[in-house]
Write a protein that binds this ligand. Sequence first.
Ligand SMILES: CC(C)(COP(=O)(O)OP(=O)(O)OC[C@H]1O[C@@H](n2cnc3c(N)ncnc32)[C@H](O)[C@@H]1OP(=O)(O)O)[C@@H](O)C(=O)NCCC(=O)NCCS
Length: 185
Amino acid sequence: MLRKFSLFFHPVEIDLSFSPFALRLENETYQIMKASDENIADLLKLEQEVYFGRTPWGRFSFKSELKKHANSLYLVVYQGSTLVGFVGMRMQAQEGHITNIAVKPSFQRRGIGEFLLRTMIEMARKNHAVQMTLEVRSDNYNAQSLYRKLGFKDNFIRKNYYITEQADAVNMLKKLTDKEQEEVN
Ligand SMILES: CC(C)(COP(=O)(O)OP(=O)(O)OC[C@H]1O[C@@H](n2cnc3c(N)ncnc32)[C@H](O)[C@@H]1OP(=O)(O)O)[C@@H](O)C(=O)NCCC(=O)NCCS
């Protein structure tokens, strides 16, 4: 039976378990682990730093997202007591949707964002996702470069997605086929 039909008739449990570990990147060591409520103050601080004082998500959004254990995974990366990055993904049907990702400015361009995204892609694959999606501001070229590097392609535009800033979003899509995996890895 084709995998998509087989999964329809025998839905699999989503398994987003994650064991913390020490991550070595460019001669630096970081700790990567699942996010919890205890990280919210640090997450808000990091958001403020990357978005020039704004917190697009805010405490309420982080708190409610971190409760969705059944189908969402949020990871944080620390160096000592400093939060240097985070990423979030929601699994819906056979799709992994990246909800948020950010790296502290002084730690950008060291491979942390790429590592976090690859980790989520791997997790989505393990959970039988056939594609990854995300939304990114149409003028956020740095983030778009990261997504393109990992094989995401422009899918469609969401007009005025970011209402307060009156900015459009690009919905980007990456098919999780074996061929694609060979090309990107
Ligand atoms: C987007 C973001 C998460 C990238 O994190 P990062 O840790 O700096 O990214 P990496 O070092 O892993 O970069 C991986 C690749 O992404 C691309 N990239 C990342 N930052 C880039 C930049 N400033 N300019 C151009 N390309 C960039 C490059 O292709 C890079 O590969 P390379 O180093 O081999 O050239 C980070 O810039 C960030 O936090 N931005 C602010 C928050 C944000 O915009 N989040 C996305 C919301 S949709």
